[in-house]
Design a protein around this ligand. Structure first.
Ligand SMILES: NC(=O)c1ccc[n+]([C@@H]2O[C@H](COP(=O)([O-])OP(=O)(O)OC[C@H]3O[C@@H](n4cnc5c(N)ncnc54)[C@H](OP(=O)(O)O)[C@@H]3O)[C@@H](O)[C@H]2O)c1
Length: 276
């Protein structure tokens, strides 16, 4: 297969780093981006002729557009966009500050949508490309304490369901990846606590936050295996719109579909007759 050009956000660590490494190992070229490009030194050194580092904060739309244009200037096109950068916020809704809510939505929803908008014109011109978005199982089946994080990822998924239909006739493929707990720096580095603690929420979101911190470093999912799967998907002519990774996330997704179906059916006789 012809080597591909990848554009990946959040390559400083975790899944973004693992996808960049897997793409380079497959012989592809990687536009590696991170808030602090110094974190990319070792990655670039591993394949200096095929990996270029760029500073990119997903909440800075102008910087994002400039980096996309610079990458297109160097490589001519982008085959695979991986919107990976993201950040968690573990707190009951009331425990989050205004600033935390705005920043989390900017990172997990608005930023990825702006990035995709910046890359689509070049993919559309070539009638070719694959937009891969790292979502989370929380988008489909959420936990207490993840209202803002899971809400932002669910918003991104709903947006991408529409985008997928818009761009399919233009030759652009779309995939949402929904990982369950994956062994990265996410809990130790990228999971912010609420701005305040309200004792009433200790048995719900507080308990879930304590649980999350207890599994840091012991998550069952492998970032390297998810990354290999993403490289395989990038080579599929008809990749799935959604792919749920790992046993925990798969079980939660299936349980969600069962309860959703059961609830719709239980209320159907009263809800359906609301049509004219
Ligand atoms: N690990 C899991 O269990 C899990 C489960 C479901 C979904 N996910 C999703 O997987 C993705 C990657 O997370 P990870 O598990 O690999 O955790 P990670 O190692 O902490 O990586 C998060 C990445 O996002 C970057 N990032 C955060 N805010 C950013 C911003 N404003 N602009 C640019 N980059 C930013 C971080 O950069 P810095 O180094 O600059 O902070 C880092 O590179 C995220 O979207 C996350 O929501 C992870």
């Amino acid at each position: 297969m012809t080597p591909q050009v990848w554009f990946i956000t959040g390559c400083s660590s975790g899944l973004g780093r693992a996808v960049a490494q897997a793409a380079l190992a497959a012989g592809d070229t990687v536009v590696a981006t991170a808030r602090d490009p110094r974190t990319l030194d070792a990655l670039v050194a591993s394949a200096p002729d095929r990996c270029r580092p760029y500073a990119l904060d997903i909440t800075n739309t102008q910087q994002m557009r400039d980096v996309v244009q610079r990458a297109l200037g160097v490589h001519g096109h982008i085959d695979v966009l991986v919107s990976n950068a993201g950040a968690g916020l573990i707190a009951a809704l009331e425990e989050c500050s205004d600033e935390q809510i705005a920043r989390n939505i900017a990172t997990n929803l608005t930023g990825p949508l702006q990035l995709i908008r910046a890359v689509l014109p070049a993919m559309r011109a070539r009638r070719s490309g694959h937009v891969i978005v790292i979502s989370a199982i929380a988008a489909l089946s959420n936990h207490e304490g993840f209202s803002v994080y899971g809400g932002a990822k669910a918003g991104l998924e709903a947006a991408m369901e529409a985008v997928a239909v818009e761009v399919k006739p233009l030759g652009i493929r779309t995939t949402l990846v929904l990982p369950g707990p994956t062994r990265t720096d996410f809990i130790s580095k990228s999971l912010e606590a609420g701005a305040m603690t309200i004792p009433d929420y200790a048995p719900t979101s507080g308990k879930f936050g304590t649980f999350l911190r207890s599994i840091s470093g012991k998550q069952t999912g492998s970032a390297e295996k998810v990354a290999s799967l993403i490289v395989e998907l990038s080579r599929e002519a008809t990749p799935p719109l959604r792919i749920v990774t790992g046993k925990y996330a798969t079980q939660r997704a299936k349980a969600k579909l069962r309860t959703l179906t059961a609830e719709i059916e239980a209320w159907e006789s009263r809800a359906m007759p609301t049509d004219f």
